[in-house]
Design a protein around this ligand. Structure first.
Ligand code: GDP
Ligand code: IMO
Ligand code: MG
Length: 423
């Protein structure tokens, strides 16, 4: 039985949380495969808005088990806050939420190292969420990290101490002014670990193997977006994990041949939060309108997201790298009212027109070439069926499907679960 995969095709915040929540009724297991609390996944239903960072977005459904996979990095302090937020919803967390023993732990000093590293970079900073993601993955690949499974050992505190002490030396090395009270942070960390240890730790690759064997339906949930991938994103302005399809194999232990549908999510326009190149960025009234109407503020940091037109060059790149089999277009409602909609179909790169994504897409190297299409005036937010969509929006969808050669199966017209149109 195949494992379906859902991931973001842009710079994150495409609406992955919303769609995972919508699709969960069709699955037995939702398994998050990479990233950590740098993610902010928003779900809206019954008039309540929920933001999840580490916990998979299937958690509100009774039919599904949620697995935090080995590729994820977990900050016990943020995890505890997420659990606290869920307490009022009477969910059976102990049996519905399973955590991989191989997932790595974010220590308080990882967060401090992230801050020190960013401060030392000055203007060249990544614009990290400062959740300790980079330093934790560095310890993972450097073979120094601490994992969830270590918490089951009697001497985990010794391991912790050695690593935290090493981090303190590294923080000093950055020679930047960072104020912190490590003792206070450690008390908070230890309290959070106590709560984390109440949950169920599993050998998730074995659990998922058995589930596949039994024919269970599994959906792998990605975080961030393809252009933030450590290998294929706009390096160095990326996150520290593989956000693309292959990340689901390493982040869960699912063999490549078992991947079924690859669902790629994109917004009808583009956003980016943090630093780094963004060819179609609009630093004008149009970009400001997209941000305001789309409520484009980071779900994790609250920072305003940069906005711009849809970048088809970048989207094609992401579709190919991931082997996307179905597309989902989000936030079509946000573009309602624009007389003209633009799509970037190529770049002018070093004087030549190119339609692939070049190595360096900084503003000084690339200028977007746009195609213009007629906008749609109508409010889409009350629409529930594909045949209600305005003709000019259908033209936009048809054009994208033709260019991307993949069907757009869902059009999202608002943040709520119900504002989802299947085609
Ligand atoms: P994720 O990180 O991919 O899960 O996305 P985020 O939750 O960070 O950001 C998506 C934002 O857009 C959230 O505030 C969602 O509630 C909201 N959203 C999702 N789909 C739609 C949509 O179709 N229309 C509008 N207006 N908002 C949406
Ligand atoms: P979701 O899952 C949008 C961005 C940060 C920064 C860069 C590196 O909600 O789509 P990091 O904290 O990983 O070291 O930051 O990546 N970033 C995201 N942008 N959505 C996210 O997650 C992001 N996670 C990280 O803003 O530019
Ligand atoms: Mg987000």
């Amino acid at each position: 039985m195949a494992v379906d995969l859902l991931l973001g095709l842009q710079w994150g915040d495409e609406g992955k949380g919303k769609i995972v929540d919508v699709l969960t009724k069709n699955y037995d297991i939702i398994a998050r495969f990479q990233g950590g609390p740098n993610a902010g996944h928003t779900l809206e239903f019954d008039g309540i808005k929920h933001v999840l960072h580490t916990i998979p977005s299937g958690i509100f459904h009774d039919n599904a088990i949620n697995v935090v996979g080995n590729g994820v990095v977990i900050d016990p302090v943020i995890f505890k806050k997420e659990l606290d937020n869920l307490k009022k919803f009477d969910l059976d967390i102990k049996s519905k939420l399973l955590i991989s023993r191989k997932a790595h732990l974010i220590l308080p000093t990882h967060r401090l190292l992230d801050a020190a590293s960013e401060a030392s970079k000055g203007k060249a900073k990544i614009g990290s969420t400062l959740k300790g993601i980079g330093p934790t993955y560095m310890d993972k690949t450097g073979r120094n990290g601490m994992r969830i499974g270590d918490l089951e050992l009697d001497n985990w505190k010794d391991k912790y101490r050695a690593l935290a002490d090493k981090h303190e030396t590294m923080i000093d090395f950055h020679n930047v002014d960072i104020q912190y009270d490590l003792q206070e942070l450690e008390t908070e960390f230890c309290n959070a670990i106590k709560e984390l240890k109440e949950l169920t730790f599993i050998d998730s690759e074995e659990y998922l193997y058995q589930a596949q064997k039994e024919g269970k339906k599994i959906l792998a949930e990605g975080a961030q977006g393809s252009l933030l991938d450590i290998d294929f994103g706009t390096y160095p302005y990326v996150t520290s994990s593989n956000t693309t399809a292959a990340g689901a194999c390493t982040g869960l232990g699912v063999p490549p041949g078992n991947i079924g549908g690859v669902f790629g999510i994109f917004k009808a326009y583009t956003t980016r939060v943090g630093s780094g190149p963004f060819p179609t960025e609009l630093e004008d009234e149009i970009g400001e309108t997209m941000g305001r109407v789309g409520n484009e503020f980071g779900a994790t940091t609250g920072r305003p997201r940069r906005c711009g037109w849809l970048d088809l060059v970048a989207l094609k790149y992401a579709v190919r790298i991931n082997g996307v089999s179905e597309l989902m277009m989000m936030k079509a409602d946000v573009l309602s009212g624009f007389k003209t909609i633009k799509i970037c179909t190529a770049y002018k790169y070093k004087g030549e027109k190119v339609s692939h994504l070049p190595y360096n897409i900084e503003a000084k190297n690339v200028t977007p070439v746009y195609k213009e299409m007629k906008g749609w005036e109508k409010d889409l937010t009350k629409m529930t069926k594909a045949d209600q969509l305005p003709e000019t929006l259908n033209d936009y969808i048809d054009y994208l499907e033709e260019e991307l050669e993949i069907p757009i199966k869902i059009v999202s017209v608002g943040p709520d679960r119900k504002q989802t149109i299947h085609r």
